[in-house]
Design a protein around this ligand. Structure first.
Ligand code: FAD
Length: 320
């Protein structure tokens, strides 16, 4: 690990005063610093900042960025009204990590692409212009949607997928003030600049996550398919919510993980579900084009079919 300076901020203003890398739970940052994938000169510890609390009102849910993943997963205002959020969190990482890791850190974690995490190999995300060995290399876990010649890494956060289905937003605070941004607009496609992953400006802090009120999100689920049942990132995941009356789907939300270079909303599947009966035939017809536009690599062709099946599985659960 390279030497760095460490400051513990006591207030948000104090944190914003430093051009530095923020340290929250440290479960990603410290890992990447040990690997020398990230080599910040200044680290500002934000664990003491009062960015806590889970609140709900008529407009929706607000979650402080420094809330721990485990606390949010078990919170009454989350688990009952938004089961897909609680399920996405509970299926992330391990209990020990969830006890340390924060909501803000989870949404800003870096990809788990093995080439990104190995400073001895080229990686356009880590070192712009150096190349992407994953395109021709070990790419079983990589993305099939939103990829470019420069990068095929998936976005790693499960929570971000569930939040994308719910049209969530982020509150960001920087030296210039506070602003809000939709999560769907926050994450960037890699294109030719995969090192630019999101819309966070230098020195900006995520202070909260906001979820617009959606009473029918009570009928929602997060299904995650992975190589082992715990402590593993998604091969494919699906976050699904449906509003059903009289056996007919009035509205639907569908987003996928493990397939895209960012959390992947599927409006075409949502449209195919809406106005149709809540049954298996509807589900199977609706997912037919879920992977349209996919660009599979040598070892991840299975993901297109797995994506369709994972969404159907989530919908079948909600039908039951
Ligand atoms: P940190 O490591 O402290 O920070 C992460 C990044 O976010 C840093 O760049 C930091 O500067 C920045 N940051 C943090 N907070 C803020 C803020 N408020 N404002 C601006 N920038 C900020 N995740 C999943 O979703 N699903 C999984 O299945 C999963 N499995 C895992 C398995 C293992 C073995 C490990 C180590 C991690 C796994 N994770 C998984 C990732 C884990 O959830 C993240 O490491 C964790 O959520 C990061 O949160 P943190 O508070 O520790 O962030």
């Amino acid at each position: 690990m390279r030497p760095f300076t460490y400051t513990a901020a006591r207030t948000v203003d104090e944190a914003l005063g430093h051009p530095a890398t923020y340290l929250a739970g440290g479960t990603t940052l410290v890992d990447l610093m040990k690997l020398e994938v990230l080599t910040p000169e200044h680290v500002v510890d934000i664990t003491a900042l009062p960015l806590r609390g889970v609140r709900a009102d008529a407009r929706g849910l607000t979650i402080g960025a420094m809330e721990r993943m485990s606390d949010v997963a078990g919170h009454d205002l989350v688990a009952g009204p938004y089961p897909l959020l609680a399920e996405a969190l509970r299926q992330s990482a391990s209990p020990q990590i969830r006890n340390m890791a924060t909501i803000g850190g989870n949404l800003l974690q870096r990809t788990r692409c093995g080439y990104f995490r190995d400073p001895l190999t080229p990686c356009n995300k880590r070192e712009p212009g150096s190349g992407c060995p994953a395109v021709q290399g070990h790419n079983r876990g990589h993305a099939i949607l939103g990829t470019s010649e420069a990068c095929v890494a998936t976005h790693a956060s499960d929570l971000a997928v569930a939040l994308t289905a719910l049209d969530a937003g982020l509150t960001l605070r920087g030296a210039g003030g506070t602003r809000t941004v939709r999560l769907a607009d926050f994450y960037r496609l890699p294109g030719g600049t995969p090192h630019l992953e999101n819309g966070l400006r230098p020195g900006e802090l995520v202070t909260a996550v906001t979820v617009p009120a959606l009473p029918w999100a009570r009928r929602s689920a997060y299904v995650k398919v992975r190589d082992r049942q715990s402590y593993e990132f998604a091969l494919v995941s699906a976050a699904v919510a449906v509003n059903v009356t009289g056996g007919v789907i009035r509205a639907a939300r569908v987003a996928a993980g493990g397939v895209g270079t960012r959390p992947w909303r599927l409006p075409s599947v949502e449209r195919e579900l809406e106005g149709r009966p809540m049954n298996q035939a509807t589900f199977e017809a609706a997912v037919r084009h879920a992977a349209d536009g996919a660009r599979p690599l040598a070892h991840n062709r299975f993901k297109a079919a797995l994506l369709r099946r994972t969404i159907v599985r989530a919908l079948v659960r909600l039908a039951g």
